[in-house]
Design a protein around this ligand. Structure first.
Ligand code: SF4
Length: 373
């Protein structure tokens, strides 16, 4: 199994919470896309199997035209090959999804849309500095279906100042009323290098209390499970058979290649991270150089990464894999594991260690306490 991630590093405007790599400068976009084509060609030998998943992330990939998407896919096919029935996802913002754009995206070969709805409340969308309003969000969902998309994911944010529990429940139910195959939902985190980070330092913003965020997380679990969605990762829910194949391959530690500024790659041994600077990335590729740094993971890093990613998922940790990595988790943390089991936070069945629904709420703390080294 192999996956390809394409980082499209442009946005119309900066959302106040976002610390992904993007630029709102619309100049030199075609040079940047050309550089990404070049990087893909130079990375030809990176993957040894045809692509089963391709993911256009960003940034805002829905700013691409249909022919630009099609030409990335044609190059991916030529360079790596694409396996039968691939999952090809494009992240999209509601304001970009006109009827024409939706048809162009579909005709280019995209078969899964991940739509950044974030909220159905205009005041909160404004507060987050999103480029769309609630009406555009609703329209994009209806028209995506009309355009023939049968695999749609909705992104929502909770723990936003001003979002109370009742209103969050209403938003979840409204999202589910479109019957998306998948939902991703993240708690608003205030990152230092964002507008919200600045507001926090200036005393203009107060974080939502942990307890309130926890109540919203638990309400989300209740509402979505009642509506038939399975929580297969802390922040991800799906109808049966519709978990994100691409993101699952990250959590299951399969090799993937990331193309574009700031993109990450993993070949099973090393991680690579590309330079997060659009002009310098393009300049390096013009001279056939991939501006990327490699990090060889130490044995302890590998164990901790495995714990960090797998404990977030319904698949949990496989003790046999940990043993192969040189770790004896039950020997190292036996009394902690017993305590978590008594508290109903964790279950061990055979060789599998999984967090319970309640344990997922405390995943960060539990993982930290189980880490090696
Ligand atoms: S959240 Fe998405 S649309 Fe908003 S700035 Fe970040 S990458 Fe761009």
């Amino acid at each position: 199994m192999a996956g390809l991630y394409l980082h499209i590093p442009f946005c119309k405007q900066a959302c106040y919470y976002c610390d992904f790599h993007f630029s709102t400068d619309s100049r030199h976009r075609s040079e940047l896309l050309e550089a990404m084509h070049k990087e893909m060609t130079l990375r030809k030998g990176f993957l040894s199997a045809p692509l089963e998943t391709i993911y256009f992330g960003g940034g805002t990939p829905s700013l691409l035209e249909g022919d630009q998407i099609a030409s990335f896919l044609a190059l991916a096919e030529k360079t790596f090959g694409i396996a039968p029935q691939p999952e090809i996802t494009l992240e999209a913002n509601p304001d970009d999804l006109t009827k024409d754009k939706l048809h162009a995206i579909r005709a280019a070969g995209v078969n899964r849309l991940s739509i950044g709805i974030q909220s159905f409340r205009d005041d909160l969308l404004k507060y987050l500095h999103r480029a769309h309003d609630a009406q555009a969000a609703r329209r994009s969902l209806e028209e995506s279906r009309e355009a023939g998309f049968t695999n749609i994911s909705i992104d929502l944010i909770y723990a936003i100042p001003g979002l109370d529990l009742a209103s969050w429940e209403t938003s979840l139910k409204e999202a589910a009323s479109y019957r998306p195959e998948h939902l991703s939902s993240y708690s608003l985190t205030i990152e230092e290098r964002t507008v919200f980070g600045h507001h926090l330092r200036a005393g203009k913003l107060r974080r939502v209390e942990d307890e309130q965020a926890a109540q919203q997380f638990e309400r989300m679990q209740d509402v979505l499970e009642d509506l038939g969605y399975e929580q297969y990762e802390i922040s991800n829910f799906s109808l049966p058979g519709f978990h994100s194949r691409h993101n699952s391959s990250y959590w299951l530690q399969k090799p993937y290649l990331g193309i574009g500024p700031s993109a990450h790659s993993y070949d099973g041994v090393r991680r690579y991270v590309n330079l997060a600077n659009n002009p310098r990335y393009a300049e390096a590729l013009r001279s056939d150089r991939i501006p990327s740094e490699a990090e060889v993971l130490s044995a302890v890093d590998q164990i901790n990464e495995y714990l960090l990613t797998r404990l977030r998922t319904k698949w949990g940790v496989d003790l046999r894999v940990l043993r192969k990595l040189g770790d004896d988790l039950p020997g190292r943390c036996g009394s902690r594991l017993n305590r978590y089991m008594e508290e109903g936070l964790l279950v061990i069945s055979g060789e599998e260690v999984r967090l319970t629904r309640r344990g997922m709420l405390l995943a960060d703390r539990i993982t930290e306490e189980l880490m090696a080294g």
